[in-house]
Design a protein around this ligand. Structure first.
Ligand SMILES: Cc1ncc(COP(=O)(O)O)c(C=O)c1O
Length: 392
């Protein structure tokens, strides 16, 4: 099997995966790995979840795709469900996180023109943020390592310091059409926003009639213990961008907006061929049924606390651990050595983990992970830490 035909855009681990069930994935040779990456927060129900597989299988035999110049039953049902469980009114469906961000950015620009004037087009983003790889999302990503080879970037953007009230106060003005941020910065290192900061940004957006956009691509769909992360902060954004967990591994994205924000768009302003197709929406409906109706989200905080308590015990034993940060099941193990050393040791012991920022190892199990699986993961981590401390 040749791998030479795939573009060279990822540093990959040397395994070729073929199937998975729950928290386990298997290589073509049949080697088992405990998966605490969950497709980077996408597989919120683990692999091959029966309800999700059933929904996709049944829908694929009924209707997979129709153009958005027609209505389709599942898209309407999914929009109803997302607006019922959020503080929002209208949804634009797409296929990925970065497309949800592009939608929100375009909506903000249109909102500025409709409700202000030609100059109300400035978008403020946070330092250290990550919003995706397409050129609009990349422009508002506050990390130059992702941008440097792809300049010039979109204009009309301004960066502000995350969790710094004074800085954002100095940046927002009547030309601002939107502020975009992650309630917990994910790729930047699992850094939660402070509630006071979010409240202040909300106030500023209200004062200058700018849209507050929350990028919930990683924090949404139960990850923080509420359907959307903003619900655990009590600050309501005008637009929520969702993806990853929304399809439980099936590609889907959504920009979910208040009527006030959404009303800026009219037919022809935006579109997406596959957005909201019946197949993707059937997957998402099955995911939401499991997470909300079958109570999985309710268990997230308890599982989070269980992991945090156990990591704090490990911290007492191993110098390499500096602490744990994050919210819900979007946790970051803070280490004071190169995180890759520990991630690679765990990989040798058949457990998958991923880093974030400079000194963080992400703990991203599926939301339906069991206590036994958490114990297993933490015992592999402990073995790895033991070896790392001996190697020193
Ligand atoms: C917060 C956040 N926004 C946007 C994206 C981009 O999502 P996608 O890779 O689906 O385009 C990601 C992906 O990691 C993300 O974590």
């Amino acid at each position: 099997m040749s791998k030479e035909n795939i573009m060279n855009t990822y540093g990959r681990f040397p395994i070729n995966l073929e199937r998975g069930i729950g928290t386990k994935v298997y290589t073509v040779e049949g080697t088992e790995y405990l998966d605490f990456v969950s497709g980077v927060a996408a597989n919120c129900l683990g692999h091959s979840h029966p309800a999700l597989a059933k929904a996709i299988s049944e829908q694929s035999q009924k209707l997979m795709h129709v153009s958005n110049i027609y209505w389709n039953v599942n898209q309407i049902k999914l929009a109803e469900k997302l607006t019922k469980y959020s503080d929002h009114d209208r949804v634009f469906f797409c296929n990925s996180g970065t497309e949800a961000i592009e939608t929100a950015l375009k909506l903000a620009r249109k909102y500025g023109k409709v409700n202000g004037n030609e100059n109300k087009n400035e978008i403020i983003f946070m330092e250290n943020s990550f919003h995706g790889r397409t050129l609009g999302a990349l422009a508002v990503t506050g990390q130059s390592k992702y941008q440097k080879d792809f300049t010039p970037l979109m204009n009309g953007i301004k960066s502000s310091k995350f969790n710094d009230i004074k800085d954002i106060e100095a940046k927002v003005n009547e030309n601002t059409c939107a502020v975009i941020l992650e309630p917990v910065q994910g790729e930047g290192g699992i850094l939660p926003a402070e509630e006071e900061f979010l409240k202040k940004v909300r106030e500023l957006c209200d004062k200058y009639d700018a849209l507050l956009i929350f990028d919930e691509v990683q924090t949404g769909v139960g990850r923080l213990g509420t359907l959307f992360g903003y619900q655990s902060y009590g600050v309501i954004p005008d637009v929520v961008c969702s993806s990853k967990g929304l399809g439980g591994g099936f590609p889907i994205g959504a920009a979910i907006a208040t009527e006030k924000a959404a009303s800026a768009f009219v037919p022809g302003d935006h579109g997406c061929t596959f957005g909201g197709n019946p197949l993707a929406c059937s997957a998402s409906l099955a995911v939401l049924e499991e997470l909300i109706d079958n109570g999985i989200i309710k268990e997230v905080d308890e599982k989070s606390k269980y992991i945090i308590d156990k990591i704090n015990i490990l911290k007492e034993k191993y110098e390499a651990i500096d602490g744990v940060q994050g919210k819900g099941l979007l946790l970051g193990l803070r280490v004071n050595i190169d995180p890759k050393v520990i991630i690679n040791k765990c990989f040798e012991k058949n457990m998958l983990l991923i880093g974030a920022g400079k000194n963080i190892i992400r703990i991203l199990p599926p939301l339906n992970v069991t206590t036994e699986e958490i114990d297993k993961a933490l015992s592999i981590l402990e073995e790895a830490l033991e070896e790392v401390s001996k190697d020193k």
